[in-house]
Design a protein around this ligand. Structure first.
Ligand SMILES: *[C@@H]1O[C@H](CO)[C@@H](O)[C@H](O)[C@H]1NC(C)=O
Length: 304
């Protein structure tokens, strides 16, 4: 009697172990364990997939997305269940219901901001098995096309100020003269972070002595997005004295901006004419701004 009973219970124990092991090895969900990067203001698809077997059915499937302890999105009983959703994610999340049949539990999150950064957990439970996995979402924002401000100072110097507002994380900046000489160390850079959006505004100033002709390159990089803004500024300055009744100094500075875009290149010529020394001395400087739109050129002509 005992010899019959014993192997039977052993067998059932073995079966239990085997089924435990097999469901563990078969049911493996997939997430981007190296993490994902979302672009500020756009939608991001948080990736998660799970195996679907022949016995799988959507009615007994539960999908839950969490950000730390907050519920981002839930799905069970064949429906989105948003009763416990954190208000932070209201009206911004969706699952791909048709794709779910293929084992796609990815979550689309709209209008990403820096408050969405952090660790996300995808939890999938089906009758085949259940598992949860986590990964990190980073958020980054492209720096917009920089503005160039050129100031002629009364002491005879020329300031080149480049500004770009609303990128993330803080960028790396570089200034080159003649393509090789790195003058970043002598530039003045200010970084400001917006309290609410956490986005950075950057302005960087290079001061040059008037009379020098310079081929300047400005490089702004946002490594997280592989963004590189590289702009060339060719500065030609010239001092010219003219006689006559209305004797005056004439300062003519031509600035040729060769803004080499990713897909386009263009040349803009700036002409600054200073008419009166007196007038000029009253004010510290005058500024001309230029703004280049991507793939588009705008040239402003300022007469000082
Ligand atoms: C899930 O479906 C969406 C929408 O078609 C797609 O963008 C995403 O790459 C899919 N993810 C996986 C893990 O298959």
């Amino acid at each position: 009697m005992d010899t019959v009973k014993f192997p039977a219970s052993l067998f059932s124990l073995l079966l239990l172990l085997l089924s435990g092991v097999s469901s563990y090895t078969v049911f493996e969900i997939t997430v981007p364990s190296a993490g994902q990067v979302g672009v500020y203001g756009r939608a991001v698809v948080l990736s998660c997939s799970f195996p679907v077997g022949s016995s799988w059915d959507v009615g007994s499937t539960m999908i839950t997305w969490q950000h730390n302890l907050e519920v981002v999105h839930s799905f069970y009983h064949n429906l989105d269940q948003l009763g416990r959703q954190s208000p932070h994610y209201a009206d911004r999340t969706s699952l791909y219901h048709e794709e779910m049949l293929k084992g796609n539990a990815s979550l689309r999150l709209e209008r990403v901001t820096l408050k969405d950064e952090g660790v996300y957990t995808c939890l999938v439970s089906t009758q085949i098995g259940s598992q949860k996995k986590s990964f990190r979402l980073k958020v980054a924002a492209f720096f917009p096309e920089p503005h160039l401000h050129i100031s002629l100072l009364h002491n005879g110097q020329v300031d080149l100020l480049l500004t770009s507002q609303g990128g993330y994380p803080s960028p790396s900046l570089q200034w080159l003269i003649g393509n090789t000489e790195d003058v970043t160390e002598v530039t003045q850079t200010q970084l400001e972070q917006d309290e609410n959006t956490k986005l950075y505004s950057v302005n960087s100033k290079l001061t040059l002595t008037r009379g020098t002709n310079s081929f300047i390159t400005f490089i702004l990089k946002n490594e997280d997005l592989g963004q590189e803004i590289r702009r060339n500024i060719n500065l030609f300055s010239e001092n010219e004295e003219t006689g006559g009744l209305q004797a005056r100094h004439q300062l003519v500075i031509f600035v040729v901006l060769l803004f080499v875009m990713v897909n386009s290149a263009a040349v803009v010529t700036f002409l600054f004419r200073r008419r009166k020394q007196n007038k000029f001395n009253k004010k510290d400087n005058k500024t001309a701004n230029s703004r280049m739109m991507t793939g588009n050129m705008a040239a402003l002509l300022h007469t000082l």
